[in-house]
Design a protein around this ligand. Structure first.
Ligand code: GLP
Length: 263
């Protein structure tokens, strides 16, 4: 696993955006050979999206031949609901880049048939040959996408019930009203994410320090689902200094020493 430690959240966003553009550009995607990107929501990736929009508008990267799969969606929220992940993605990213709407995939939280929706999503990922780069954030309890503690580390796309701590953490997007936060979501599984050729997780702020400590220094455990990244051949965590606050000094020193190259 690589751990890239940056001074602050804005430098994390910039590094992540530059890395995404670098990967897309070196792949030289075409309509017949598209680049497949897995994408997260949450507050952490917002800066990366803003940076990628600027890069796209300056012609430094194009999403014309990029296919995206989002990680998750709340059950019961229509795409037009301002807190749905559909709305989030179009508002904060897709509307300002050159992506083709038919290349965007987001789970349908209004489906009547969860099992079919999830199986179709897995099939759609497989049909394009899998994800090249899956980007994620991390919850305070170490969850990635909505794979809450004790999720199977080989899980696939499915319905999950959210923990009270995730509901409380996400209430800030619902005017602080816990009763407005959906209690269930459709989410890609840990197995789905780990199947990607490369996985890049962004973590900023002191509230993520325990998640990083357990996932980087602890054992692989379903209690901290990000720890599954330890088994991925190409896993990267990009974080700011505050998120490394609970790591051993020697761990931080090691990664600062070895991660000197640009990418
Ligand atoms: C939600 C999302 C996760 C995200 C997490 C952290 O639970 N399902 O994908 O990583 O929130 O969000 P934030 O980046 O706002 O801290």
């Amino acid at each position: 696993m690589r751990v890239i430690i940056k001074e602050d959240a804005s430098m994390v966003s910039e590094w992540a955006a530059e890395y995404v553009a670098f990967r897309i550009n070196e792949f030289h995607p075409t309509a017949k050979k598209p680049f497949v990107l897995g994408l997260p929501t949450g507050s952490t990736p917002l800066g990366m999206y803003a940076h990628l929009i600027k890069m796209c508008q300056k012609g430094r990267v194009s999403f014309e031949n990029v296919i995206t799969f989002n990680m998750d969606e709340y059950i019961g929220l229509a795409p037009s609901h301002p807190q749905s992940y559909h709305y989030f993605m179009w508002q904060n990213f897709f509307k300002d880049i050159d992506i083709k709407p038919q290349n965007v995939h987001i789970l349908n939280g209004l489906t009547k048939n969860y099992a079919k929706e999830c199986a179709d999503y897995e099939r759609a990922i497989a049909a394009v040959g899998g994800v090249h780069l899956f980007i994620g954030g991390v919850g305070e309890d170490g969850h990635i996408a909505f794979n809450e503690p004790f999720s199977s580390l080989s899980s696939r796309t499915r319905i999950k019930t959210l923990t009270e701590s995730t509901i409380k953490a996400n209430a800030r997007f619902f005017d602080g009203d816990i009763s407005q936060v959906p209690t269930q979501a459709l989410t890609v599984g840990i197995g789905t994410i780990m199947d990607a050729r490369e996985v890049m997780i962004l973590a900023t702020g002191a509230s993520k320090a325990q998640a990083l400590k357990h996932s980087i220094e602890g054992s692989i455990s379903h209690m901290w689902t990000l720890s599954a990244l330890q088994q991925h051949p190409h896993g990267i965590i990009v974080c700011d200094k505050s998120a490394t606050g609970a790591l051993e000094q020697a761990t931080t020193a090691y990664f600062m020493e070895v991660e000197k190259q640009k990418f």
